[in-house]
Write a new protein. Structure first.
Length: 203
C-alpha cells in the first residue's frame, strides 16, 4: 500500500489551487458570508483536545450560529447528552472549525478560528428559547471564512429525497445501545419513548 507522507508529495499529486480557491477566503464576516450563515440551521463543529479530535453536530430553530460582530460568532449550547466533548476540547485547546449546511442549497460555508466558552448572563438571556437558557455559549473568534466547493453536496444528492437511502434495515439508537450494553440499556422501550422525550428537551 502506498501512503503519502510528505506535504511536498501531496502538492505534487494535487497541483496548485486555482485563484477562486484562494481568493474566496475572508478574515471577517462580509455581507455575503453573513447571509449564508444566517440561512443555516445546521453546522458541524470540529475541535481538538488532549483526548484527540471531535466533530459534533449543532442545529437550531431557524439560525444556529449568530453574529456578535464581524469577527465574532456565538453558538448557544442547547440540550444534549452532557458528554461536553466539544466544550472540553475548547477549554483545553481553542482551535475550532465550523461547517454550515443550508437545506436545499449546495453552498457549504466554513469558518476557522479560536473559541471560548462563555457563561455571561447577558448572552444566556439573549439566547433563551421557550423559557430555556443555554448553560453556556461558544464564542468563535474568526480567522478565516470561506465557501466550499458545491461538488460534495451535488454528488451526494443531499436534498433530493429520491436519492435518499433505504433506512428500513438501519439500526435504531435503542438497538445500538442494547448491543453495546448486552441488554442493560436501550431496546424497544428506548426507541418508543425517545421521540416524546426529545420533543420535551430540545432547548
Amino acid at each position: 500500500m502506498s501512503i503519502v507522507k510528505t506535504i511536498a508529495d501531496l502538492e505534487t499529486l494535487y497541483g496548485t489551487p486555482k485563484a477562486p480557491a484562494l481568493r474566496k477566503v475572508a478574515h471577517h464576516l462580509t455581507p455575503e458570508y453573513r447571509k449564508l450563515i444566517e440561512t443555516s440551521p445546521f453546522c458541524a463543529i470540529a475541535t481538538v483536545g488532549p483526548e484527540g479530535a471531535d466533530a459534533s453536530p449543532r442545529g437550531d430553530r431557524g439560525q444556529v450560529v449568530f453574529e456578535l460582530d464581524d469577527k465574532t460568532l456565538a453558538i448557544p449550547d442547547r440540550r444534549g447528552n452532557d458528554r461536553i466533548d466539544t466544550l472540553r476540547n475548547i477549554v483545553a485547546d481553542g482551535r475550532i472549525a465550523l461547517m454550515f449546511l443550508t437545506p436545499g442549497s449546495t453552498m457549504v460555508t466554513r469558518v476557522n478560528g479560536q473559541a471560548e466558552v462563555s457563561i455571561a448572563p447577558e448572552l444566556l438571556t439573549r439566547f433563551t428559547v421557550d423559557g430555556n437558557a443555554p448553560r453556556s455559549v461558544i464564542l468563535i473568534h474568526i480567522e478565516e471564512v470561506y465557501f466550499q466547493c458545491a461538488r460534495a453536496v451535488m454528488r451526494a444528492n443531499l436534498w433530493d429525497q429520491a436519492h435518499w437511502p433505504d433506512l428500513s434495515e438501519a439500526p435504531t439508537a435503542g438497538q445500538i445501545l442494547k448491543a453495546q450494553t448486552q441488554g442493560e440499556v436501550g431496546g424497544e422501550a428506548y426507541d418508543r419513548e425517545w421521540p416524546a422525550r426529545a420533543a420535551k428537551t430540545l432547548w
